[in-house]
Every structure is written in C-alpha cells, then in structure tokens.
Design a protein around this ligand. Structure first.
Ligand code: NAP
Length: 293
C-alpha cells in the first residue's frame, strides 16, 4: 500500500537580519516530503536547539561554518524519531541526533557525520542537545582542555552568561573540580539558581551593576584574582576579567554574545596590555631590560 504523502513545515531565512532579528526575517514554508530511495529513512523532529551561533550564520561572512542561505531552511541541532526506513541500520522507532532542525521532517541515508543514533534508555533524548551534546561538551572541553583546569585545583573560576546552556555546565564542572566559582547572569532568578542549585560561591546580576563596574564587582568576590575566565559574553565582561586575572591565568574564549547583534564595530577590550604586563615584578623586569639595552 502506498504511504501517505507528507507535508513538512520549515522555517526559511527570508532576509539577513540587521541588528536584533525580527519575525519578518523568517518565513514558514510548506514543502512535500519526497518518497524514500534505497537506504534512506525519514525522521520526524521531536526537539531542536536554537543557539547563539546561529546569529552568525545569518550573516554572509566567512566563518568556520557556512552561512544560512536566503530562501532555504535554517539548520541546527535536532533530535528526531525515525518513522519510515529503507535502511537496516536505522530502524523505525530509533531516535537520531542530526543537524537539520527548523523543520518537521528530514531524510538521510545514514552516511556521513550528520546523523548519529542515540539511546533513549541512557538519558532523556533532549539531553543529547544539552548536557550530552554541543553545549555540555563545549563547557567540558573549554574548561578542562583549553582552560586546563585540573582536579581539586582550588582555582578561582569566573563564568559569564553563567546560567546559560554552556555557562551552567561550566559552573558545575568547576564546582566538581573543587574551584571557587563566580558567575554573572542577567536576572534575579538566574542569580538565585546559580547560588541555590548550582551552589557556586558568588553570583551577580550584571544588569544591576553600574556601567563599567563589573571589574569592581569581580574585585570584591575574588580579591586574589581569577585563574580561569570562561568567556561567553565578550566586551565589558572580558575587559573586567582581564582587569582581575592572576599572573598566568587562562581565558577561555568560548563566545561573545554581547556583540552578535551589533551593527557597528565593537569597542574594547581596551586593557589588553595587561596581558603583557602580567604583574609588577615582570613589569619592573621588562622596564629594566628596556632601559639597559
Ligand atoms: N565555541 C563554541 O564551540 C561554542 C559552542 C556553543 C556556544 N558557544 C558560545 O557560548 C555562549 C553561550 O551559548 P549558550 O549556548 O550557553 O547560549 P544560551 O543558553 O542561549 O545563553 C546565552 C545567554 O547569554 C546572555 N546574554 C545575552 N546577551 C548578553 C549581553 N549583551 N551581555 C551579557 N550576557 C548576555 C543571556 O543570559 P542573561 O540573562 O544572563 O543575560 C543569554 O541567555 C555564546 O557566546 C555562544 O556563541 C560557543
């Protein structure tokens, strides 16, 4: 018996947003789902992730990932259930992780790295888009590999956008490693969650801190300085962290969300020279060398 013809609803990019994206930049489009060829299977999306990096893909710029195309569906992490299959390796009922979000249905033949079977017995399937997926792994690799945080390090770690998908995991990994953790977030509820649930040592609402005073706020909560700054925000947050870094502290440049909707070139950080003048003894040494030769 012929299978019922399906129609997929997709979100297309209608035009490239300028500044903050609006609904007018996107379009809901209905397309016929084609019949399956040999080895192909049909997935119905159940979950999709909407992430800050997608804002960058809405621009026509050269980057580590290609820009979204006007008149084409957006893409991004998604979890779906296989509902039809001509492929022995991908059975009906299996859940898969893919990169074709922003649509109801998609077809794959299972080759390449764009589709991965996931086990719904291990964890709730949506976790593969969070703690077990892109954002969780970003926090893990960023903090432990790039930030070189070691077990029971007693380090002071500052995380910005600390209640977000990446930041909340970074805070918890830092806590598990015995660190003194400071987080910034943009609401009272998020600050409360960071203190009560994630149990970090200090959290503050950067929107309530006077302009240019994040640095002073950080100075109060980590008077000995920061060992690792996990930067999700850039701009003022990065500048404030640089002001408060310990000698040989590390900064993990994960993202700079404060700049993604800017329509003119961002300013700062204006204090990068502090990365060279690491502390007063080195500064004195540097000055001695310069004046001697
Ligand atoms: N390098 C990588 O491979 C990689 C991978 C994933 C993510 N990232 C980056 O990691 C960062 C966080 O991503 P995510 O997935 O955790 O996003 P998310 O869960 O959507 O959290 C982003 C949060 O950033 C905060 N924010 C937005 N504008 C801000 C501003 N102007 N100043 C300060 N905070 C601001 C908001 O929280 P508040 O309410 O607290 O303001 C927002 O909820 C982004 O920069 C993203 O691009 C990088």
């Amino acid at each position: 018996m012929a299978e019922e013809k399906l129609v997929s609803r997709e979100i297309h990019l209608k035009q490239r947003p300028v500044g903050m994206p609006t609904e007018n930049d996107f379009e809901l489009v209905k397309v016929d789902v084609p019949d399956l060829k040999n080895r192909e299977f049909l997935v119905r999306n159940v979950w999709m992730s909407v992430d800050p990096y997608m804002r960058g893909r809405m621009r026509e710029i050269r980057s580590y990932i290609s820009p979204f195309q006007i008149g084409k569906p957006l893409e991004g992490g998604c979890i779906g259930r296989i509902i039809r299959s001509n492929n022995d390796q991908f059975a009906v009922g299996n859940y898969v992780l893919g990169n074709l979000g922003w649509r109801e249905y998609w077809i794959s033949d299972g080759s390449g790295s764009d589709v991965t079977r996931i086990d719904s017995n291990v964890a709730p399937i949506q976790w593969y888009l969070g703690i077990l997926g892109l954002t969780g792994l970003t926090a893990y690799v960023g903090l432990l590999k790039i930030g070189q945080l070691t077990d029971n390090s007693n380090s002071t770690v500052f995380v910005s956008a600390a209640a977000g998908a990446v930041g909340s995991v970074a805070c918890q990994i830092a806590k598990l490693n015995g660190c003194h953790v400071i987080g910034s977030a943009g609401s009272h509820e998020k600050v409360k969650w960071l203190l009560d649930e994630a149990k970090i040592e200090h959290a503050f609402n950067y929107k309530e801190v006077e302009k240019n005073n994040i640095s002073v706020e950080l100075g109060k909560s980590c008077s000995d300085g920061i060992d690792v700054y996990f930067d999700n925000v850039g701009g003022e947050h990065l500048e404030a962290a640089i002001d408060n870094m310990k000698t040989f502290g590390r900064i993990v440049l994960c993202g700079m969300i404060s700049q993604y909707n800017l329509t003119s070139a961002p300013t700062g950080p204006s204090n990068l020279f502090l990365a060279v003048l690491v502390d007063s003894s080195y500064r004195d040494l540097l000055l001695e060398i310069i004046t001697t030769y």
